[in-house]
Design a protein around this ligand. Sequence first.
Ligand SMILES: NC(=O)c1ccc[n+]([C@@H]2O[C@H](COP(=O)([O-])OP(=O)(O)OC[C@H]3O[C@@H](n4cnc5c(N)ncnc54)[C@H](O)[C@@H]3O)[C@@H](O)[C@H]2O)c1
Length: 440
Amino acid sequence: MKITMIGTGYVGLVTGTCLAEVGNDVLCFDVDARKIAILDEGGVPIHEPGLATLIERNVVAGRLRFTTDAAAAVAHGALQFIAVGTPPDEDGSADMQYVLAAAREIGRRMTEFKIVVDKSTVPVGTADRVRAAIGEELRARGAATGFAVVSNPEFLKEGAAVDDFMKPDRIVVGADDERAIAAMRAVYAPFQRNHERVLVMDVRSAELTKYAANAMLATRISFMNELANLADALGADIEHVRQGIGSDPRIGWQFLYPGVGYGGSCFPKDVKALQHTATELGRPLRILNAVETANEAQKLRLVEKIVARLGENLAGRRFALWGLAFKPNTDDMRQAPSREIMAALVARGAGIVAYDPVAMLEAKRIYGDARWLAYAGSPMEAVAGADALVVVTEWKEFRSPDFEKIFRMLKMPLVFDGRNLYEPGLVRAAGLEYFSIGRR
Ligand SMILES: NC(=O)c1ccc[n+]([C@@H]2O[C@H](COP(=O)([O-])OP(=O)(O)OC[C@H]3O[C@@H](n4cnc5c(N)ncnc54)[C@H](O)[C@@H]3O)[C@@H](O)[C@H]2O)c1
């Protein structure tokens, strides 16, 4: 099949590449010429495990190409996937300008039947707006070309995006056009060879399903974070509690880890956007207000512990910070807790020496040459001479450090662990004072 991907970011690039991998002829389009130039030169603008090899293979095979040419993009695909960003607007609603610009681009240029697939996370009702925008553009030039609009929200996780796309739990297709449903089944047939994973539903339910999934996961995280704070106050250990409830199959193990709050490009904005929609309709989701408030507070939980130990004035202190990305296996720092933690420490006069296996380039892009932020070439280089170690992202390489070496290299023997990575007894045996989230 000929497929166009409009938007070549985390979702568009992974989706386009995986669709090429199973034999489709894919053209990825982006308005960001820098991204397309990197791809054309054989590079990859984001960090995503397994993606670079897959891109290279499909480019060499001639199934995957990149362009900034909108006319070529619209002409190419019978299916036009829209995978552009939907960042939060000032009022918390999803900013639809990029989705609608992509829709208009299609409407302005299409000359034959197209299936337009909303893959971006978009508020309920967006398919209607996309349909209206394309219709307006067609009418403006007196064209009567047919088209269908489908909602196909994406559930991949950054850091495991290729695997998630290749082996999806489910594929949600919201559509009412039989031709479009058949095409979507054909697109996804290679990804569900052992059992049917396509869930066909009406468009509005598909759009809501994506927000419902992220809101549910965010709720679990905030619930555990609040429970961990309570465990702190009660002298209980949240790790035991987590195991005690996770073993219940009705609850399950996923997304029960307390920490420094959720971040990233999806949960914060999707929770806000769903709240906004619900409030506008007079059906506020009270539970999500609590989820968000709890998360905002949680991002500073580790800083509270630092201040409780070292005092409000951190002037002259230097903190080794392990992890900048909002989670492991990605370079994405959008809404990352590391950013708020660093800001809170710096506001109290501290400096930071950070180490992250892949996100330091992104941090340099965000912070430029900020004087309060230095980068280390390894985790131990960050620790050398710092006042304390602060662990923010649970990268694998942080999981089993040499605590005795850390003790020797730190000025003060303090470890603040925002991800409960370590066995407290083991850390303390090395002479370190250990602070984590909700544990004895
Ligand atoms: N990142 C994730 O893990 C994830 C997972 C599921 C769903 N989503 C959703 O997918 C959508 C995309 O997210 P992302 O993380 O890939 O965003 P991103 O910012 O990485 O990529 C979006 C890309 O779209 C491009 N773009 C903007 N307007 C354009 C236009 N008119 N024409 C062509 N390209 C245009 C941008 O230049 C950018 O490269 C969002 O709605 C997001 O909520 C993201």
